[in-house]
Design a protein around this ligand. Structure first.
Ligand code: BG6
Length: 514
């Protein structure tokens, strides 16, 4: 059955729900083949988000979720496993589970066994015929990144990467960051994926891009005439991008201790937030034009002076401390962490974008674990007024305007400015104007993973990384990582107490004139 013919299969109910969410349901039916189906990512994010997406009318009809893993499961026992995972990680998504469950299947596949992949291909063909799935397949690799290359090769050898035009259906590959651990390994991984899959078939997830408030950065900048004229070095003094987390490394020490905050947060999420603030307006809201503009920002990043790294970079690691009134262990005491580890869990980095718009404006990027609170935000600090007519009344200094784009959990846009405080004397007070996302809109917001899954089904790559962007960011970061990977790293790494805002030295970087 052709993908075009399948349009008729979207049910009226799906459409009604989707319309209520302002959502375009995918027209092509498909099967989502989920590798690592019994793993953490599948249970914590992918499956609960599929439940929610179904509830929002965002799944096509027909749709099948085929879990794939090494463990033995019947369809029944696998469904029970997923139901428990949804109950644990997103209890409110359970209300849609009964509707999703009949669409869930399971297949045991050994990643090293070509015979298993051939059998998988046959099973998918049979499923296509029985359920009229149009030959449309998503292969979601919810497995450790070290397995990506081999899995992509096995899929390719089994003929599962092939797509020969609309009428034969499409094949898409979904991978999560990290895409390599430096420039060379990112290139090697990409070459392996491209052996069988084309760039338009590869969806590299950065879930930050799919957050509503992150998407709103472009709307705010380019759908309002007000901000663009002041969005440059003449009016902006500095920009701070913060992604603070109160959680520690949790059960992910095996991965985190090898990657650390620079690879885990900076190479991807922080670079995307930076690009959204700094990019030029593309001529159209279209995947490649947007990604082209982001790449121009990455190309314009001033190379780090690696011989004076500490002037631009502060690295920290959390020590024991108190969070929400509870004692929490330091990083070195976390299960699975090397007790002599020099892995940074905090970084503050000052970067410059060397172009006409941003020359001389510092962008401070700050991210860390076990900080005082969860807070992701972009703060635009404007220049102070050039001359204060109030100086004879209360001195020289008037705090400058600030625009805060709250990403999470305070999803709001807040402008701080000066106003006269009531009273007979002339006194100024900073006041705020705020747009609160939750209060401003009724429609339910899609969670990041719902949006990611929806866009893969729609074939829209706007919110996914393109390989050239991945390489540009690794190209910027790799010399820094190499500079950190040296005997001096032990002295450079500053301890900070869990539950604080990180090493004090980071404040210095955030001062524009330092
Ligand atoms: C992930 C990182 O990509 O993002 C984690 O690997 C981090 O270390 C997480 O905790 C933060 O995501 P969010 O959506 O909770 O801000």
């Amino acid at each position: 059955m052709s993908a075009a013919n399948s349009k008729a299969t979207i049910t009226a109910e799906t459409r009604t729900r989707a319309e209520a969410c302002g959502l375009e349901p995918p027209r092509d039916p498909c099967v989502l083949v989920l590798f690592g189906a019994t793993g953490d990512l599948a249970g914590r994010k992918v499956v609960p988000s599929l439940c929610d997406l179904l509830g929002h009318g965002g799944l096509p009809e027909p749709f099948v979720l085929m879990g794939v893993g090494r463990s033995e499961h019947s369809a029944e026992s696998f469904r029970e496993h997923l139901r428990e995972a949804v109950a644990e990680h997103k209890p409110d998504a359970l209300k849609h589970w009964d509707e999703l469950a009949p669409r869930v299947l399971y297949r045991r596949v050994d990643n090293d066994n070509d015979g298993d992949f051939k059998a998988l291909a046959d099973a998918l063909d049979t499923l296509d015929r029985e359920q009229r799935l149009g030959g449309n397949r998503i292969f979601y690799l919810a497995v450790p990144p070290t397995a990506y290359a081999d899995l992509a090769a096995s899929l390719g050898r089994a003929g599962l990467a092939a797509q020969t035009g609309d009428s034969e259906g499409w094949s898409r590959l979904v991978v999560e960051k990290p895409f390599g651990h430096d420039l060379a390994s990112a290139r090697a991984l990409d070459a392996a994926l491209h052996e069988h899959f084309g760039e338009d078939q590869i969806f590299r997830i950065d879930h930050y891009l799919a957050k509503e408030t992150v998407q709103n950065v472009l709307s705010l900048r380019f759908a309002n005439a007000l901000f663009e004229p002041v969005w440059n070095r003449r009016y902006i003094r500095s920009v701070t991008v913060t992604a603070a987390e109160s959680i520690g490394v949790g059960h992910r020490a095996g991965y985190y201790d090898r990657f650390g905050v620079l690879r885990d947060m900076f190479q991807n999420h922080m670079m995307q937030l930076l690009a959204l603030c700094a990019m030029e307006p593309p001529s159209l809201y279209e995947a490649d034009r947007i990604r082209d503009e982001k790449n121009k920002v990455y190309r314009a990043l001033r190379p780090f002076p690696t011989e004076r790294i500490e002037q631009h970079l502060v690295l920290g690691q959390y020590a024991p401390g108190t969070l929400d009134g509870e004692l929490v262990p330091g990083y070195l005491d976390e299960e699975g962490v090397d007790p002599e580890s020099l892995t940074p869990t905090f970084a503050a980095m000052r970067v410059y974008v060397d172009n006409w718009r941003w020359q001389g404006v510092p962008f401070c990027l700050v991210s860390g674990k076990r900080l005082a609170a969860k807070r992701t935000e972009i703060v635009i600090h404007f220049h102070e007024v050039p001359h204060s007519m109030f100086r004879s009344v209360f001195g020289e200094h008037i705090a400058s305007n600030r625009l805060v784009l709250g990403i999470q959990p305070g999803e709001a846009v807040t402008l701080t400015f000066q106003a006269k405080a009531p009273g007979s004397r002339m006194c100024l007070r900073p006041v705020t104007m705020e747009f609160d996302y939750a209060a401003g809109f009724d429609a339910p917001a899609l969670e990041a993973y719902e949006k990611v899954l929806l866009d893969v089904m729609l074939g829209d790559q706007t919110l996914f990384w393109r390989q050239d962007g991945v390489e540009l960011c690794w190209g910027f970061l790799t010399p820094i990582l190499m500079g950190c990977d040296c005997p001096e790293q032990a002295e450079r790494l500053l301890l900070y107490k869990a539950g604080t805002w990180g090493p004090r030295e980071a404040q210095r970087l955030m001062e524009p004139d330092s």
